[in-house]
Design a protein around this ligand. Structure first.
Ligand code: MRU
Length: 389
């Protein structure tokens, strides 16, 4: 099958090669394009925790392959183990891999897909070797599906960029009206370029395909719309600077890198027509967990009257959680804050708070772009009908 992401000049973030998972080490980018070979679930777990493979859809797929790799030794002996032993091991591995990172629901979702396929295989009377192949095929199906989902999100979201382009054609004074700031750049307000701000990396690197938020951007660029992307650097781990800026540069999409604290000034200057980000989990009421700093962008966008869109594959929607407060937020090591690129920038032993994600309340989200449709508020109803499809 022709993978849509093959059309993009980007390396694949993860590929299965028989007895190992080969991942692009995202911690080495943009300085080096380095690949890691992972043979065991423990290696996959560590790569997910260290952000060598990252982004909600990508960690789900990596974990599914990790589960498969953990089952492989059961097929290695002369004697075939009972099929129930494969199922027991799979249940154990799924709960182990699920614990690698808590916020992205895609991790649990992908592992559950593998477990469900194995349970069905067990009921159908498959033997141990056949079950292990079911795990491999399911993980690969997840990867291929993700590829298709990303392009569908891109196609859906293109409509929003076209809308922004149509509005851009009309002289714009939104930022000065919204903020009452006379210094809003009047010349720029009549420009035709569509300014898009994004946070973190919801691109090809974070998925198996075009990305989610960046799929929309790639589609708009391919359609010839005059977009210009502003990438927040995304402290502390700099996914925006290291990954999004790299991806967009490589794919020829005009991009300007900004520090996170510059987004407000950029909006006040009238440079941003819309914001689009990815997500790690959307709850039943439409609250959105995404990379720390996303909430700040959403608040700034509301203040300036700029639409704030979230690209959300259905694998990131968690209808079991009613509201965002219930989302477990990963807290990461203080060193991510006290150092940059291995260099200490803060006093030794200073107290640090380092949540990896925040929650943007549904009321700040202008639309959710799923692979099936663009959802508008009220999200509770829209998400319910989507999940009943
Ligand atoms: O900590 P990370 O780099 O895994 O965080 C990733 C994000 O916050 C992404 O925006 C999200 O996973 C969506 S990726 C399509």
């Amino acid at each position: 099958m022709n993978r849509v992401s093959d059309l993009l000049p980007l390396p694949r973030p993860l590929v299965l090669a028989e007895d190992r998972l080969v991942i692009l080490d995202q911690t080495a980018l943009p300085l080096a394009e380095r690949y890691l070979e992972l043979y065991t679930p423990e290696e996959v777990f560590a790569a997910i925790q260290k952000l060598q493979v990252r982004g909600a859809p990508a960690i789900g797929i990596a974990a599914a392959y990790g589960l498969y790799l953990g089952l492989l030794p059961l097929a290695a002996g002369q004697q075939l183990v009972p099929a129930t032993a494969v199922m027991d091991k799979a249940e154990y591995l799924a709960s182990y891999l699920r614990s690698a990172r808590p916020t992205a629901v895609n991790l649990a979702w992908a592992l559950e897909r593998v477990l469900t396929a194995l349970r069905e295989g067990l009921t159908a009377g498959l033997d141990a070797r056949e079950l292990i192949q079911v795990a491999r095929r399911t993980a690969t199906a997840l990867l291929e599906e993700d590829n298709a989902i990303c392009s569908a999100i891109g196609r859906q979201g293109l409509e929003l960029i076209r809308r922004a382009a149509a509005e851009r054609a009309v002289p714009r004074a939104t930022s000065s009206q919204a903020t009452g700031r006379p210094e809003a750049d009047a010349a720029d307000a009549t420009g035709q370029e569509i300014g898009i701000l994004t946070h973190c990396n919801a691109g090809g690197l974070a998925t198996a395909g075009w990305g989610t938020a960046l799929a929309v951007i790639y589609m708009a660029h391919a359609a010839g719309l005059p977009i210009h992307v502003y990438a927040d650097e995304t402290r502390p781990v700099l996914q925006g600077a290291r990954l999004t800026a790299w991806e967009l540069q490589r794919t020829g999409v005009p991009v300007t890198l900004i520090c996170d604290n510059m987004a407000g000034a950029l909006m006040a200057k009238g440079k941003v027509d819309l914001c689009i980000v990815g997500t790690d989990r959307v709850t039943a009421n439409g609250d959105v967990a995404n990379k720390i700093g996303t909430y700040t962008v959403a608040v700034l966008a509301r203040h300036h009257g700029i639409p704030f869109y979230v690209a959300a594959p259905t694998s990131s929607i968690d209808m079991k959680l009613p509201r965002g407060e219930a989302i477990p937020i990963e807290e990461r090591s203080p060193e991510e804050v006290t150092t940059i690129g291995g260099h200490r920038i803060a006093p030794v032993d200073v107290d640090v708070w380092n949540p990896a994600f925040d929650v943007t309340p549904a009321e700040l989200v202008s639309a959710l772009v799923t692979e099936h449709a663009i959802l508008y508020p009220p999200y509770a109803e829209a998400l319910k009908s989507l999940s009943n499809r």
